[in-house]
Design a protein around this ligand. Structure first.
Ligand SMILES: [Zn+2]
Length: 69
């Protein structure tokens, strides 16, 4: 394991290898989150009650894999 944790935007989808996955925003989206999502900068995870939700969503529309690096 590499001990340098990847920051947002530098991770790679473990499913398909697409780089720069979208950070997932959780909770009720504010207008700026919706605008960012429409620009393709983030993904909206909605309100979840998962104890450890995934941090990223693959930006490939065919993949859509969610994961935590
Ligand atoms: Zn993927």
């Amino acid at each position: 394991m590499d001990d340098t944790a990847p920051g947002p935007g530098v991770a790679t989808c473990p499913q398909c290898g697409t780089v720069a996955p979208l950070p997932i925003h959780y909770g009720y989206p504010e207008p700026q989150h919706i605008r960012a999502a429409l620009r393709g900068e983030i993904a909206l995870g909605g309100v979840v009650h998962h104890p450890d939700p995934p941090a990223f969503e693959c930006r490939s529309s065919e993949c859509g894999y969610t994961f935590t690096p």
